[in-house]
Design a protein around this ligand. Structure first.
Ligand code: ADP
Ligand code: MG
Length: 344
């Protein structure tokens, strides 16, 4: 109709768009295959073993700033973000494919450094590069990585298994990566001279995929749903709510925040709750646990990893309701998590 504005992807948002096209594809899947909607696709393989597949796209100006990030860190991070999705299923990464579109003027030494960063993490995690594609780009650097991994089928954790009453927990502090990004965007890389600045920036550039934690947690029957924190818990909890048909209460005073982030937030007047709940790219794990087993699990986790397993909330039966509380009072969080088409 004339004058009627056509629906744009920015109106739907990233997740509205995925929901719109994926329905049709999900209907056709054979039994036992998990397709669109979790951190990895899960495909039946050898006996109890399942094949895990995940892919991520990184674009200059959207996911990184080529002029700021070192080639070595970018090589490391391109692989790390994919390994984090394997960790979220409780799997072990094995093989990778790397496709790059490169502006013609890119220096070969820059690419050598990119592969150095990649190899550092690949060697440590046992991932072999098996293929990919290389082309020229007329519009900046574009990187696509796909990783295949394996998992014991009886131990895989999905986003869809949360139940009302479950305790929601995370495997690390929240907001460090967003803090690091804010320092970088403020041109505060000189903050690297201060230990807290250096720490936050390294948390942004060199996220640590929680592979060991993922495998350990996947082996615990009391862990119900699990995913990795890539867009910030505000956005990621909504994915668990959609897949599990539930709601969540988050207790803001329980969000684990590093001393470094507290220090920088004080200096630059950041809203700590917003940074911790809506900041992306922490790449730790977000899980839900049967409530009566949570204390025991947190103790086991502490014995194994030497750090706590902070509880940050609880699953409710209020479908689609993500509610925040501060010291027992419900509050509205100022900002929601990252959506590619809803943020500039
Ligand atoms: P993650 O952050 O763990 O990579 P997302 O939450 O971004 O996952 O994506 C949700 C789901 O949508 C995933 O299963 C992902 O594979 C799928 N997905 C995203 N974009 C596309 C696409 N263009 N085509 C098919 N599946 C997609
Ligand atoms: Mg993920």
């Amino acid at each position: 109709m004339k004058n009627q504005k056509k629906l744009r992807i920015e109106d739907l948002g990233e997740f509205g768009f995925i929901a719109r096209f994926s329905r049709d594809f999900l209907k056709r899947l054979p039994a036992g295959v998990t397709g669109i909607g979790d951190d990895c696709a899960v495909i039946p393989w050898k006996g109890r073993k399942k094949l895990l597949v995940t892919t991520d796209l990184l674009i200059d100006g959207v996911h990184f700033l080529k002029e700021r990030i070192s080639a070595r860190d970018l090589g490391y991070k391109s692989l790390a973000v994919n390994l984090s999705d394997i960790a979220a299923m409780g799997g072990s990464p094995r093989w990778a494919f790397l496709s790059i579109a490169i502006p013609a003027e890119t220096e070969v030494s820059w690419l050598d450094e990119f592969f150095r960063g990649w190899r550092q993490l690949a060697a440590r995690t046992g991932v072999e590069l098996l293929g990919g594609d290389t082309t020229k780009s007329r519009a900046g650097l574009v990187i696509n990585v796909a990783v295949l991994g394996e998992a014991d089928g009886t131990h895989i954790k999905y986003r869809s298994s949360a139940r009302p009453g479950d305790i929601v927990a995370v495997t690390d502090n929240l907001g460090d990566s967003e803090g690091g990004l804010r320092l970088i965007l403020r041109g505060e890389e000189k903050s690297r001279t201060k230990p807290e600045g250096k720490y936050l920036i390294s948390r942004h550039y060199r996220p640590h995929p929680h592979l060991e934690e993922g495998r350990f947690l996947a082996g615990q029957p009391e862990v119900r749903a699990m995913m990795d924190v890539s867009d910030g818990i505000d956005s990621d909890l909504r994915r668990i709510m959609e897949r599990s048909g539930c709601g969540v209460m988050v207790f803001l005073e329980q969000l684990p925040i590093s001393p470094a982030l507290k220090k920088c937030a004080g200096r630059f007047n950041w809203n700590l709750e917003e940074v911790a709940a809506a900041g992306g790219e922490d790449y730790c794990l977000l899980l839900t646990v049967a409530p009566e087993k949570f204390t025991g699990l947190a103790e086991k986790f502490f014995r194994r990893f030497g750090r706590p397993l902070p509880a940050i909330g609880q699953i409710t039966d209020e479908k689609g309701q993500l509610r925040y509380f501060r010291n027992g009072h419900q509050v509205v969080l100022e900002k929601s998590g990252y959506d590619h088409f809803k943020h500039g």
